[in-house]
Every structure is written in C-alpha cells, then in structure tokens.
Write a protein that binds this ligand. Structure first.
Ligand SMILES: O=C(O)CCC(=O)C(=O)O
Ligand SMILES: [Fe+2]
Length: 446
C-alpha cells in the first residue's frame, strides 16, 4: 500500500514547492488536516478530537464474530439463479440478499490487469485528481487529491481516527479525467432497468458512486433517497451491515437524540446498534437487525425503504448504484413528485412517450394532500408499495447521496430545491442563496 514518497525529492527541492522549511510530510498533513477540519468542524484536530473515543483500539472483529443474526440473509449465485427468479423472490418482495459470482469478469475486481481498483492503483492513475471525502457544514463537498488520500490511509497516526474520512464520490464517472473507471465494471443484468435514465443524464439524481475508506469508516443508519433500491459491489475488504425492514421502525427510534450519536457510522454501531438486539427492543415489537458481513466479490442488494447502516471492518473499495424499476415505480413516483417537482414533470413527459404504461401508473397515484390520514393505509396497501410513512422518511433522510444531489444543483445541473447539512437534521437552506455562495467559494483542498 505504500508509494507515498515518490515525489518527495530532496528537502531542498521540496522547499521550492512548499512554504519555506515545510517538509513534504508537513505539507501533506496540512492538506489532510484542512479536510478534517472542514468535514467535522466540531472536532479539534490539534487536541486529538478525531481519536478521542479510542475506537481504533477496540476489536471490531470480535464484535462481528458474535453477531447473532447473520443467518437471516440469503446468498444467491448468478450462476444458479435466473433474473426472473431474483425479481419475483427478492425485488418484488423487497427482500435483501447477497449476490455472488457476478463480478468475476470485472476489471476493477480481477487483480490481474491494469484495471484493478485499490488506493494504490487509483493513486497511480489519478494522482492529482481530487476525490470527495466528506461535506462541510454548509453542505459543500470537501475533496482531497488521490495522492493525499493514499498518504492518509497509510499513516498510522491518522489511522487511529475514530471515524476516518470516507471517499464517497458520485462525480468520478462523469468527469473526463476519471470517466475511464466506468470501463472497469459492468452493471449486473439483474439491475439493468433504470427508470431515472429517462430524466436525462444531466438532470437525473446522482446514482452511482465509488466508495472507499479505512476500517471504522462507513455510512450511518439511513434509508436511501427517492425510494430507490441499491446494489453495492465490494472489491476488497469486509463491510458489516445492519438492516431493518421498511415501516418496522421510525427515525426517532433508530436514530434517537440524546444518546451521543454524531452522525458517524461507528458511533451508531457502538451506541445504538446494541440496543436493537435487546429483549427490551423485542418487547416493544421492534425487529432485530439483519446482520451481514459482506466479503469481496459479493454484491449486497438493498431494496427501497430498508433502514441500513454500514461499517467498514477493513480498508474497503466498492462501487454502488441506486436504481428504480417498474416493480416499485408507484412508490418512487409518489416520492419523486413531492421531493423533485420540476424533475418529475420532465420525467413524466418522457415516460408518456417511452413507457406509457408507467405514465398511467403515475397518473393514478393519489397526492398525499388528497389522501386523509385514515385512507392512507388502504390506498398504499392496495398498490404493491410501502407506506407513506416510509416514503416521508426516505424523503427526509439526510445522507451522502442526498447531499450530492445538492452538490450537483449548486453546480447548476440539478433541480434539488433544498439541501440539508450533516449536522442539522432540521436545517433546510434555500438553494438559490446557496448557489450564489457556491459561485464565490472555493470548495476544494488543493
Ligand atoms: O458505505 C457503504 O458502502 C454503504 C453506502 C450506502 O448505504 C449508500 O450509499 O446508500
Ligand atoms: Fe444506503
């Protein structure tokens, strides 16, 4: 994993490049510290705020070995399961599963050619290119050059961070410098249907990400936006997942205030997850987690509406994509119409031409305001979809994926009408004002 000092040269040479008397190490650390300050302004970098819990010294593997609910997920191979079977048994019933044998010919996964993805190979291919490692308090993306990320994940001091920075970038597949990454994997046949493509490449919500980070990085508990489902293909390392069925639990219960949650996955797994395995939890009629340890070469399927949290047990590298299909179009439509009115109008216009069957479904969906509280249950249960509670939660969720929607909008591409920050569940900023600020604000760490 180590090739970080290649460009150092002599100290004298370096001095020309960096501030006088600054070593290469200091220079890189400055970049990393700047990114840390921006992504988590509540922590003091100098006073050890990033490692104050000492999570790096806990044995995460011991906890994972004792997980009780690992049997609840089914593993299915693409070699022995047909697409129709998958759709009937898992997609239509919104049942999560782990898919095996689907990545064997992906360049990013086969460690035998120039296409393998690791921090080192990415740092070689995209040394000076910046990848998103977080979001600042105003919702702007914070990016670090790939060579600096490589330094970060190889530095034992930084690797004591309780919740290390996590590269989660949805723009790489569209940027000319990094677009070639698209050639390194193939959307599995089972997930070919992708109804948001009819919105158009420029205006559709963000839907694909490269995701990599050290142990203890991860995604805290959330529901994916716009009633989309997701596949998440793991190239290296192990990911631990905890999943809870749609409608089984509400946000205030799974993400309570007052127990010291800070939005980080590792904190959620330490402080909240254990409560979900207790007798008390069961007594309240709440569901136990479905625990999963995902291994390299496995694709996790997360149907829409499921609460899920992910913790990286190792250095992991993954690619993930969100999608909507005809099987769940009614729910997707109801949420999208509310959350993205302009985009949904454009979408419907196109669907009338290319998928009149779906346009008909869209026209038949009641608006939330037209449905009284008592009627909501029956109207939603008469369709194949989930509840409006779940939909409202999916719409409200604060998540990396949602934040990227804003990121695009700030750049002028999307039509997101609101944005929320990582720290302010309740904070909704006016996008027009944010756009103005974006124009005058430098967002990256050089
Ligand atoms: O951190 C991860 O790999 C999970 C990501 C996830 O759940 C998401 O992208 O919605
Ligand atoms: Fe997710």
């Amino acid at each position: 994993m180590r090739n970080v000092d290649r460009e150092c040269g002599t100290t004298a040479e370096r001095r020309g490049k960096y501030r006088s008397s600054e070593t290469h190490e200091e220079h890189v650390n400055k970049k990393i510290h700047a990114a840390k300050r921006r992504t988590r302004s509540e922590l003091s970098v100098r006073q050890g705020g990033w490692a104050k819990h000492g999570y790096a010294y806990e044995d995460a593997d011991a906890t994972s070995r004792s997980l009780k609910h690992l049997h609840a997920i089914e593993r299915i191979s693409v070699k022995t399961t047909t697409k129709e079977e998958f759709i009937e048994r898992f997609e239509r019933t919104r049942t999560p599963c782990v898919i095996t044998d689907a990545m064997e010919d992906w360049g990013c996964y086969k460690n035998d050619g120039g296409r393998f993805w690791s921090v080192d190979t990415l740092a070689e291919r995209f040394r000076e290119v910046k990848f998103k490692v977080g979001t600042d308090d105003d919702g702007y993306p914070v990016r670090l050059k790939m060579k600096h990320i490589q330094h970060y994940v190889n530095d034992p001091v930084h690797m004591r961070d309780d919740s290390p920075m996590y590269a989660f970038d949805g723009s790489v597949f569209d940027k000319p410098e990094t677009k070639s990454l698209l050639e390194d994997f193939k959307i599995p046949d089972w997930f070919e249907e992708d109804l948001f493509k009819h919105v158009g490449a420029k205006r559709r919500p963000p839907y694909r990400w490269i995701v990599f980070g050290p142990p203890r990085s991860g995604s805290s508990v959330h529901v994916d936006p716009l009633a989309t489902s997701a596949w998440n293909a793991l190239i290296s390392g192990r990911k631990r997942w905890a999943l809870y069925p749609p409608r089984s639990v509400d946000k205030a219960t799974i993400k309570p205030r007052g127990i010291g949650l800070d939005g980080e996955s590792v904190t959620w797994f330490n402080k909240m997850y254990p409560r979900t395995t207790t007798e008390e939890w069961k007594r309240q009629g709440l569901p136990p987690p479905i625990d999963v340890i995902q291994h390299p070469g496995e694709i996790m399927f997360v149907p829409d509406g499921w609460w899920h949290a992910v913790l990286n047990l190792d250095h992991t590298m993954a690619v993930t994509q969100n999608f909507s299909t005809s099987a769940r179009f009614d729910a997707v439509w109801r949420i999208t119409r509310r959350a993205r009115p302009k985009m949904s109008a454009r979408w419907l216009e196109k669907l009338r031409r290319v998928r009149p069957d779906l346009a008909e479904v869209a026209d038949a969906q009641p608006r939330r305001s037209e449905v009284s509280a008592g009627e909501q249950t029956s109207s939603t249960s008469s369709s194949s979809s989930g509840s409006s509670d779940t939909e409202a939660e999916a719409e409200d969720e604060v998540m990396t994926k949602e934040r990227e929607t804003f990121e695009r909008a700030a750049g002028g591409g999307g039509d997101a009408s609101t944005k929320r920050t990582r720290t302010g569940d309740g904070l909704i900023a006016d996008l027009a004002a944010e756009k103005m600020r974006a124009a005058s604000k430098s967002m990256d760490i050089n």
